[in-house]
Design a protein. Structure first.
Length: 275
C-alpha cells in the first residue's frame, strides 16, 4: 500500500513551486523592462537632436545635399527614422549621387555633430580621349573621356579639356561592352604609356594618336611618323630612340615609321623621295 507523502516531501514541492513562480515573474519583469528600454530607444531616435537636418557639400554645388536628404527620407520598418545620426545609410547616399553623376569618382561622408552631415565630392580627372579601336580617316570620330583608372565616364565634346592632348585607341575589358562605364584594357599600364608619349614631344613633333594593339603600341606623331614599341618596355624603347636621335628627324614627315620592338635596336623606314 502507498503511504501518505511525508511533510518533507510536501515542503520540497512547495519550494519548487515558489522557485518556478519567481522565475516566471523574473522573466515577465525582464520582458517588460526590455519593452520599456526598446520604447525609450525608439523615442530617443525620433528626437530632432539626433537626426540629420543639415547637409554641407564640399567640392561641388550645394544642390548635392538634396540627394543625401532624399536618401534619408522615411524610416526602417516604419519605426526607425532613416535620418538618424546613428543609423543613416552611407551606401544609399553614395549610390544615389554616383548613379546620376558618372563624372564623380568618390563621395566621402562625415558626421558633423549629431544633426549635421558633410559630403566631400571628388570628380574624375579626364586623362585623355578614347576614340575606339583604331583611327578611321575621313570618318567623324565619336570619342569619350576616361580617368586615371582607365574608366570611361563621359562623352567627349568639342569643349572637353583633358590632361593629354592626344587621343587613345584601345580595346575595352571584356567583349560586347558599351563604352560608357567600361574600362580600357591594360589600364594599369596607361601611366607609363602616356609618359612615353609625352617624352616623344622632346623630338619636336607631339603625339596626336596612341594606338594600343594587344601588347604593342603605336604612337602617331603630328608629323605623320609612327613610333612602335612593346607595351611595358617604355624605358628601353625611349633609351634606344635617344641613342639614335642624331640620325632621326621626326618633324619633317621624312620617316614613315620607327620600330623599337627589339631591345637595343632601332629600325627606321624612310619615305621615298618623289621628284
Amino acid at each position: 500500500m502507498w503511504g501518505k507523502a511525508s511533510s518533507s516531501e510536501r515542503g520540497s514541492e512547495r519550494l519548487a513551486e515558489r522557485r518556478r513562480l519567481r522565475r516566471r515573474r523574473l522573466a515577465i519583469a525582464s520582458f517588460i523592462f526590455l519593452l520599456f528600454l526598446l520604447a525609450a530607444v525608439l523615442y530617443g531616435l525620433w528626437q530632432s537632436s539626433v537626426r540629420i537636418s543639415e547637409v554641407t557639400v564640399y567640392g561641388a554645388d550645394q544642390s548635392f545635399a538634396a540627394y543625401a536628404k532624399d536618401a534619408m527620407q522615411g524610416s526602417y520598418f516604419g519605426i526607425i527614422p532613416r535620418d538618424s545620426t546613428f543609423l543613416f545609410s552611407e551606401s544609399d547616399i553614395r549610390s544615389s549621387i554616383l548613379a546620376g553623376h558618372p563624372d564623380i569618382a568618390a563621395v566621402s561622408i562625415f558626421r558633423k555633430g549629431f544633426t549635421g552631415l558633410s559630403l566631400k565630392i571628388d570628380y574624375r580627372v579626364p586623362i585623355a580621349r578614347w576614340c575606339g579601336l583604331a583611327p578611321t580617316p575621313d570618318v567623324a570620330e565619336y570619342c569619350y573621356i576616361f580617368d586615371a583608372n582607365g574608366t570611361i565616364f563621359s562623352v567627349a565634346t568639342t569643349t572637353t579639356e583633358t590632361l593629354n592632348t592626344f587621343s587613345l585607341y584601345a580595346p575595352l575589358e571584356g567583349s560586347g561592352l558599351e563604352p560608357l562605364h567600361a574600362s580600357i584594357a591594360h589600364a594599369g599600364e596607361l601611366p607609363s604609356l602616356f609618359d612615353f608619349a609625352r617624352q616623344l614631344d622632346t623630338f619636336g613633333s607631339p603625339v596626336s594618336h596612341v594606338v594600343l594593339r594587344d601588347d604593342e603600341v603605336d604612337d602617331i606623331l603630328e608629323s605623320g611618323t609612327r613610333i612602335t614599341y612593346v607595351l611595358g618596355h617604355e624605358q628601353s624603347a625611349f633609351a634606344a630612340l635617344v641613342s639614335a636621335r642624331d640620325t632621326l628627324n621626326l618633324t619633317n614627315a621624312s620617316i614613315e615609321y620607327v620600330d623599337l620592338r627589339f631591345d637595343g635596336k632601332v629600325y627606321v623606314k624612310r619615305k621615298e623621295q618623289t621628284e
